[in-house]
Write a protein of this length. Structure first.
Length: 460
């Protein structure tokens, strides 16, 4: 016979019935019970006012897992006088959509409003999302979609334009501690067990849960199920029990979703801002969340030229070496190599002149007429080509005393155009001086040979 756990005996009607999760038992049914999202449902806030007046529009609830999207929909279901239909994008298809829409349209004709809640709306493809559009437009349904993905990318623009987007945030530590304490004291939750748990224990669970109420309540449930019993016979969550219940923290990180792009952006911009501490933190968030180290290494190789460039030419060499190390070693061994390049790039002198130089040249290449290559720098391997003046006027730079010729290599329409404008930081100060010396000599502003020591300062 299977032995029943401490929690399984609470609130189950039959011995063979699976226990209801604590998160489900504690799901709020009204705005007064709802915790968090004060910017949306706090006193006087827009969404709260709409719910209280039963005047909700079609909307998209966007936020990470466990922050109250489905709960908020249930609160609306309990508050509205409209017919509320709960619908899952995971288990339903076009046939079910059409059936619901037909009932909603019939209801509209006799004055009955229908609120349709679609959980995980981002899982619907374009055709399925399009099926909602005419019914939303003509008012047959009020659509509430919930998604963990950025609706800008996952919801059709036509449908999105007809919905108000409400952004839900991860719950704060205070929010989660409040929820956990309520679960321990409420008769709906674990109140009958009289579990002992200090605020410090609850704070540890809150921090571990990363803003996810469902995760926090699940962890609490696991801890209670394995609790020690004190001398008074009451269960107690000790630090030892909590350590076992917590296991390894699962970071909120989706390698294919928006959080992936948010965090790589944070890493890139922290390095660009010469902040190694922030950069290493975002690096750790990516690696501990399961990111492919080669992806990070590739971004560092790009950064080495895009944001450092000739201000420190060694940055590109080191970035490529780290990419090789990541390829050869993999995780976790390559973590320290990535840390090395992230810190190096953060503290390297910065110059975006390589990117700016290419973008300026690319703009001319795309937006101007395709200028012919000047005759003087064309090859002339045949007699005919020579007779057409291919290569005429070409000066072999190595044959000159200065090792540079005054001829122009740009098309006539672009004579005098400057693309490379060095920033002048780090080693690029040398490049800046060299570029200016070459231009001054070629334009006849000086007779000093551009590669002589007297032509510029800082050469080595």
């Amino acid at each position: 016979m299977r032995q029943m756990s401490l929690i399984e005996g609470l609130g189950n009607s039959g011995a063979d019935e699976a226990p209801e999760p604590l998160a489900s038992k504690m799901r709020p049914t009204s705005l007064e019970e709802f915790v968090g999202q004060e910017h949306l449902v706090g006193k006087g806030m827009l969404l709260r006012t709409m719910i209280e007046r039963d005047q909700i529009p079609s909307m998209i609830l966007w936020g990470p897992p466990g922050v109250g999207k489905t709960t908020l929909a249930n609160v609306i279901a309990n508050a509205t006088k409209a017919e509320f239909v709960n619908y899952s994008a995971v288990t339903s298809g076009i046939k079910e959509i059409k059936e619901i829409m037909a009932r909603a349209e019939s209801g509209r004709r006799v004055g009955i409003r229908t609120v349709l809640f679609v959980d995980e709306i981002h899982r619907f493809n374009k055709a399925q999302q399009d099926a909602f559009l005419p019914y939303v437009e003509q008012g047959s349904i009020i659509l509430i979609g919930a998604t963990t993905e950025n609706p800008s990318f996952e919801v059709n623009s036509a449908l999105l334009s007809r919905c108000k987007v409400f952004v839900l945030k991860g719950l704060t530590e205070e929010n989660l501690v409040s929820l956990l304490r309520r679960a321990l004291e409420s008769e709906r939750g674990l109140g009958k067990l009289e579990v002992k748990a200090t605020d410090d224990v609850l704070r540890k669970i809150a921090v571990f849960s990363g803003g996810d109420a469902r995760n926090a309540l699940g962890t609490l449930e696991t801890a209670v199920a394995n609790a020690d019993f004190g001398k008074d016979g009451k269960p107690e969550i000790t630090d030892q029990v909590l350590t076992q219940a917590l296991g390894r923290k699962s970071l909120m990180y989706d390698r294919n979703g928006e959080e992936h792009y948010n965090i790589i952006s944070a890493l890139h911009k922290s390095m660009r801002n010469s902040d190694p501490d922030a950069a290493v933190y975002w690096l750790a968030r990516m690696l501990e969340g399961g990111e492919d180290p080669l992806y990070i290494a590739r971004r560092c190789v790009r950064f080495a030229s895009e944001d450092v460039g000739l201000a420190d030419p060694n940055a590109l060499l080191l970035a490529n070496a780290v990419w090789d190390s990541c390829h050869n070693l993999g995780v976790p061994e390559c973590n320290v190599h990535l840390t090395q390049i992230v810190v190096y790039l953060s503290l390297a002198p910065k110059s975006n002149s390589m990117e700016a130089t290419y973008n300026a040249a690319a703009a001319d290449a795309l937006n101007m007429m395709a200028e012919p290559v000047p005759l003087n720098i064309r090859n002339a391997p045949t007699r005919l080509m020579k007779s057409l003046d291919y290569g005429k006027g070409y000066t072999y730079a190595h044959s000159t005393e200065e090792k540079i010729a005054k001829m122009s290599c740009l098309p006539e329409a672009l004579l005098g155009r400057r693309y490379y404008e060095p920033a002048g930081l780090g080693r690029e100060a040398v490049m800046k001086a060299r570029a200016e010396a070459v231009r001054a000599w070629r334009e006849g502003r000086t007779d000093t040979p551009p590669f002589s020591s007297a032509a510029y300062t800082g050469s080595k």
